[in-house]
Ligand binder design. Sequence first.
Ligand SMILES: Cc1cc2nc3c(=O)[nH]c(=O)nc-3n(C[C@H](O)[C@H](O)[C@H](O)COP(=O)(O)OP(=O)(O)OC[C@H]3O[C@@H](n4cnc5c(N)ncnc54)[C@H](O)[C@@H]3O)c2cc1C
Length: 442
Amino acid sequence: MRTRFAYIYNSAKWLLLFTVLVIAPLVLAVVGHEEESRGFWIEFGVGLGFAGLALMGLQFVQTGRSSKIGAPFGMDEILHFHGQSGYVAWLFIMGHFIILFFADPDYLRYLDPFVNLPRAVALSGVIVAVCCLIAFTHWREKIGLIYEWWRASHGLLALFVVFVGTVHIMQVSFYVTELWQQVVWVGFSLGAIGMLVYNRVIRPLQMKKKPYKVTSVKEEVEETWSIEVEPEGHEGLDFKAGQFVWITLGDTPFSMQQHPFTISSSPEVKDKIRFTMKELGDFTSEAKNIEIGSKAFVEGPYGNFTMDETSSTHNVFIVGGIGITPVMSILQTLKMRGDQRVSTVIYGTPSKDLTPFYDELKVLAAELELKVIHVFEEPDEEGEAETGLITPDLIRKHLPEDISNCEYFICGPQPMMDVAEDALREWKVPVHMVHAERFNIV
Ligand SMILES: Cc1cc2nc3c(=O)[nH]c(=O)nc-3n(C[C@H](O)[C@H](O)[C@H](O)COP(=O)(O)OP(=O)(O)OC[C@H]3O[C@@H](n4cnc5c(N)ncnc54)[C@H](O)[C@@H]3O)c2cc1C
């Protein structure tokens, strides 16, 4: 059951653990250390380096797609946190270099190729790598870097920083003198490498043993396609309605084209999974051309955008465009379970013709305790829909008097999500009753 207490407890627990792990290297460094201090700024600069390296290593844990770590918050929240803490890691690492160079310019010799060429190349490489990590992420679309290449370079650059950073602190060896301290740092570095190897090698190998076969490709509306896959030689996936998976289409699970999609069918249907994709870039525009009978690989499930099976009595879905996919899974599940709790769907799309699942929603509304409010940007000739965009007034108009009894699910374009989340916050809806799924995690 979702409660405010559980939400705060989980957040506090993970935040505390995260902080402890970032600070741990500093504690580790000073344990048993007997040499004299080299002055505040030098020690501060060194401390930033240790904490920055620990933060870099923890990025691998955050992006490791562990369902245990993702469970309390949802994978999109974890990846957003990864984005934010990545900037902090960059600040710490750059702060390490800059403060040391200013505090004692003699440290510039670490970058001098005539003093020690491999060290100068490696450490200059770290400065370039951390700056590239941030710049490529921030300006990826502006510089036209293809998503898949960005993703591959992101992992490799981060790995390079962790590896060189670990070798660097062992070589400087001012704070890492004992064998046990060296073992801890090597273990830390191996852990980060291990996470990457697990994600890019072991997981695909596991997926290879559980392939799926494409059985249907159907156009829902213009530029939106549903693809159905069936498990081949295994029982399929155990997931909750509203969750998402990473999909690879084609003969090998090692492809760089691995994309997250929400399952738009119900977990009650065991022998088939449906995904619905809106054409956006190279993968989603090509997916419709996949041949029936070809292979697909599925990694997951992930995500927290799931209805509470015990506590909520009224679910309100505020969705836009392709953000309807998790809602379709949830509504189909309510129907198949004969669950007659109340649902309201406020669904924004450009027009009736561009509304995926318009007919399916009509059928569901007749069978469930479900009210669907379509919000078309263009005026609706039949006069059944609201016109314009989803606004706080429009949402409020369709909510019951006591809004605190509802559980809210928000999924769609960023501006729509912001409007809905801000409105619910202003109306003091408890944070643990609001679930949001962002399709643009990076
Ligand atoms: C949790 C989640 C659930 C999603 N569910 C759906 C869904 O049900 N239906 C749907 O149409 N779309 C969904 N998406 C979005 C979908 O993943 C992207 O539209 C798709 O990956 C775009 O790939 P592309 O090559 O066609 O476009 P590109 O032009 O390569 O990418 C467009 C944008 O999509 C994102 N993206 C691309 N590749 C990846 C990747 N491998 N991992 C993460 N993000 C990526 C990036 O933000 C990128 O800027 C979901 C996204 C997330 C994060």
